[in-house]
Design a protein around this ligand. Sequence first.
Ligand SMILES: [Zn+2]
Ligand SMILES: [Zn+2]
Length: 415
Amino acid sequence: MILYLHRGSHQVGGSCIELETSGSRILLDYGLPLEEFVLNNHLSSKQEAHRDLLPILGLYNNESSQFEGILLSHAHPDHHGLLGYVRPEIPVYANRETQELLSISEYFRPEAPPVRNLRTIAAGEPFTVGAFRVTPYLMDHSAYGTLAFLVETEGKRVFYSGDFRGHGRKCTVFQRFLADPPAPVDALVMEGTVLGRAETGLPSEAAVQNELERIFRERRDLTFIAFSSQNTDRVESVFNACLRTGKTLVIDPYTAFILNRLGGELPRYFSKGIKIYFGPGSHADRMAERHDLWRFKDAKISFQDILQKRCEMVIKNTFAVRRKFAGAGEFGGAALVYSQWWGYFDNEREFWAAHGIEPVHVHAGGHARVAHLQALVQALQPGRIIPIHTRHPEAYAELFGPSVHCLPDGQEMKI
Ligand SMILES: [Zn+2]
Ligand SMILES: [Zn+2]
């Protein structure tokens, strides 16, 4: 089996791995590099621009060498962001959870080309693509339903970690994996996002929930909270902390839409303790256009009602909502809890500083800590370790010694 690392050897995001054996080719993830997000937002209709990002023979046009399938680990754009541009004949294998998140993205960004030809897979259920036998494993990560893949052919085994961690709400899933791993493997392609970074933030998602609870309990005025609506672990932590402290969580229609679509064990928009503020913003406009906004009307809360019970309110921070409150002169006594990656705060730093509000950062990252990387390596006993999704591939050798092979982008390795 030949492994090509098309992209990801020395960057976070844009991961793309190809495996080939006796004429059979598959791709694992086909993401948009994080640096290209801005480009994507402006050029999403210009397909040619995307093809230039990663020219791979057989992926776009009717060339002789074809791919038998693409395996998608999870619904973060740095893993699926370029899938809409590949030939529609190539099947894309993703689980139900990932497909649901993709369809939500399509709903809110109809200008981007959709991922076509989806095939449904499930964790723990092996399947065959061309000459490869694939087993998906559910992993703990900040995206709903994230998978890792074991790919086997001709007696060789490659394990692709995707993005993972061991400190989220699914930490028990990771522990179960470690207790019964598909070891040994010939090669482990493993993410290392945190390498070279200081391990900042709280040690676990459980610690995040406890800290939010402590903060909310002390609050006696409006509290704004910034978090990603698609990070369902965090939505649960925020909701649980509100519930335990008698606060009302005020979400935007976009978050309500996501909770409604994903369903399952997640808090629902009509749960006791959740209200929806129909403030201004493009996502609400999109839902109104599609006649979906009215579905959430029973959980609606007005601006005046929020102000009347301001000491009980924990409000999801969005661009439009914070401006609405500030514009109405209602920011006196307000606080901001920033519960997502700190790097994003640069976009709104000036706004909060102008109102004299100092944010409190309460976060646990989506990626494996060093101890989790070590645990995965120990469990899988890989013959080789190939760094991906990292800015510091050189740091792997310090941790794992001579079994590390830093494969540069565009190069191949025989397994
Ligand atoms: Zn990623
Ligand atoms: Zn991810």
